[in-house]
Design a protein around this ligand. Sequence first.
Ligand SMILES: [Fe+2]
Ligand SMILES: [Fe+2]
Length: 284
Amino acid sequence: MPEPALVLAPRAVTFDWSAVPAHWVPGEPLATHVMNTLHLVLPEGERWFVHVFGQALPHIRDDKLREEVIGFIGQEAVHAEAHQGAADHLAAQGLDPAPFVDQVSWLFRTLLGDRDLPAPVAHQWLLERLAMIAAIEHFTAVLGRWVLRAPLERAGADPTMVDLLRWHGAEEVEHRSVAFDLYAHLDGRWSRRVRTMAVAGPVLLWLFARCTRWLMRNDPLRPGPARLRDAHRAARRGLLPDLAGLLRATWQYLPRTYHPSQDGTTDEAVAYLATSPAARAAAR
Ligand SMILES: [Fe+2]
Ligand SMILES: [Fe+2]
């Protein structure tokens, strides 16, 4: 049975970072920093989503999709600023992420930014970037579902950070079809969908691994090197997603008949948003 239509709207959440410790999963600096990578990559990445979707808006010929895209833009803009707050908190604790964020900015603003191209080629560049965003949004939904269920409290993880991750994850699940539907509406070629996933999947993995290593190396508490075996151990405890699951998820995106609505329901996300301290405070 199809799910009832959701009206996507941003929630104006705020978080008080002042009491969040540096290693907010106690005794698990690697798990802490793997999840901290989101604060370094997402603000620039999600601002890029907003920018590219803004360029796509005038091309949309479907009122419902236009409304969903506007809701998506609003949600991603709030996500970027929420993670920016967490990144600023890292800087206040002596781990200034600016040198790494400069590299992320180059990736999104220069390599994947606007180019001075003749109109037909510029349109193809827009479609290529929309397909890339659809591929990236496949992973944000997978990670969103993961974080809604991850036993982070059992490990003593800081509740403010857990709420940030779950509120964000829930909205990723909530809007998981929008980027895919926008790409399908404006182009939808399967070859481009597969090609952009073939690029986005490995590049994201490389970027997040590189970012984790950078955070571990520059952590003033000197937690030691980023070791793969520590990541596997944390994944076994449920504190990180496991690589095999991410590879399986990549594979699931490839069939011609795939649509993100096939990936579970939105119920779990909606249920979390009803209890999230930040989302509830924003609704008041
Ligand atoms: Fe997001
Ligand atoms: Fe998203």
